[in-house]
Design a protein around this ligand. Structure first.
Ligand SMILES: Cc1ncc(COP(=O)(O)O)c(C=O)c1O
Length: 404
């Protein structure tokens, strides 16, 4: 039956993480593998009220089709929130999508031809890589440092692509508490990425779903705030702060670029769910998002702190082991000694009933064999400590024969 498949579909692999998650479903397994937000952090009572109100009293709109750009009240509420972060948006600078994953897909659909180049982090978000593959782009990985992509390498790769006569289209960047590495792009690098995009006439796709989940460190303005020439698209999602089940996101940027996404969206799904947009708009109007975020941040910070404290206590003392200390988001990234294969640690971990995602899955080249992604989002601090303790034992065992 493969003879029916499009080149596009042949080019797209299944998400390795979804496969890994199958192994981690048993209740005894302490899993740091999934990256799901904690449902208890969502404002369910308020959302239930908004849903009842919108479905009963505003059914002519909430149960009806809407425009492809999205419901004005929702976009307006989101524009008001984003203005707190320095993004100055008129209504035609913001559209609604069914999740940021859809926004990434639409960006690819609108701007990529087969063989076009996309620059992304090493490591980077797997869902974006899948979309790049579907649209048959060539993915060019740029190693991440503690403050985001290595700028010299990014510049060199852009120049090489030009010399090779390839068509480079965009830089994909997750500026805040990156998935999977937990690092935040520094202010200087945000500026530099924008300058490089200007110099080489590239778009920037800024994907920032963890934006609202900052619990320490200084706030850094989105790259979209530097945009003087209409080349930055900023995608942000409600999945981590209001509800991932509502599948709501917004895309902010120059109206000419957004118009292309709207055209692409028409053939995808006509419009974003009006029901969820109106529920979200109602909630945002009647509640304080910043108050809600205070609680949510407290929860994730406590979990991050528990994980880092326990790593310091139970991971083997070895200067070749390091980890990121994220200022927000859901993930910590661990680097093991170069000769340690994280797949082996994963196998041994499952025997000890602890799981994580081996980091090489997030690489668009063959790198990252000695890295691991740990999520602290779903467990209690006690379970996190227990799981890290188990992982520490596994690492002791794996490391000892290697280092002898
Ligand atoms: C960097 C990044 N982009 C996009 C997404 C998808 O989010 P959404 O639920 O809005 O599709 C995720 C989800 O984890 C993510 O980590």
């Amino acid at each position: 039956m493969n003879s029916f498949l499009s080149e596009r579909a042949k080019n797209t692999g299944r998400s390795a993480i979804r496969e890994i998650l199958k192994y981690t479903q048993e209740p005894e397994v302490i899993s740091f593998a999934g990256g799901l937000p904690k449902p208890d952090t969502f404002p369910r009572e308020g959302l239930a009220e908004s849903a009842a109100r919108q479905i009963r009293d505003n059914y002519q709109n909430s149960l009806q089709y809407g425009t492809t750009e999205g419901i004005e009240e929702f976009r307006q509420e989101m524009a008001t929130w984003l203005s707190e972060f320095g993004l100055d948006l008129e209504l035609d600078n913001i559209i609604a999508t069914n999740s940021s994953q859809q926004a990434i897909d639409l960006v690819c659909k609108a701007f990529l031809d087969p063989g076009d180049l996309v620059f992304c982090g090493l490591p980077t978000y797997l869902g974006a890589v899948q979309a790049f593959s579907t649209f048959q782009a060539e993915k060019v990985g740029v190693p991440l440092e503690k403050d985001g992509m290595n700028m010299e390498i990014l510049e060199k790769k852009i120049q090489e692509s030009k010399s090779a006569g390839k068509k480079a289209k965009f830089i994909y960047v997750i500026p805040d508490f990156q998935n999977p590495a937990g690092v935040t792009l520094s202010k200087q690098k945000r500026r530099k990425i924008f300058d490089l995009a200007e110099e080489h006439d590239l778009l920037i796709i800024e994907d920032t779903p963890y934006f609202g989940v900052r619990f320490s460190g200084d706030f850094k303005k989105p790259i979209g705030t530097y945009d003087v020439s209409g080349r930055v698209i900023t995608i942000t999602s409600l999945s981590k702060i209001l509800s991932s089940g509502m599948r709501l996101a917004v895309v902010a940027g120059p109206s000419e670029l957004l118009a292309n996404l709207v055209t692409m969206k028409q053939s995808t799904d006509l419009c974003t769910s009006t029901t969820t947009q109106l529920i979200a708009a109602d909630w945002l109007k009647n509640n304080s998002l910043s108050e809600h975020l205070k609680e949510l941040r407290k929860y994730y910070k406590e979990n991050r702190d528990a994980m880092i404290e326990e790593m310091k206590r139970s991971f083997p003392e070895d200067e070749r082991i390091s980890w990121t200390e994220p200022n927000g988001g859901l993930f910590i990234w661990v680097t093991l000694p170069e000769n340690v294969d994280a797949e082996l640690v994963f196998e041994k971990g499952l025997e000890r009933k602890v799981a994580f995602v081996p980091g090489h899955h997030f690489y668009v080249n063959d790198g990252g064999q000695n890295t691991m992604r740990l999520s602290y989002s779903l467990l209690t601090p006690e379970r996190i400590r227990e799981g890290i303790n188990r992982l520490g034992e596994v690492l002791e065992n794996v490391l000892s024969p290697v280092s002898q």
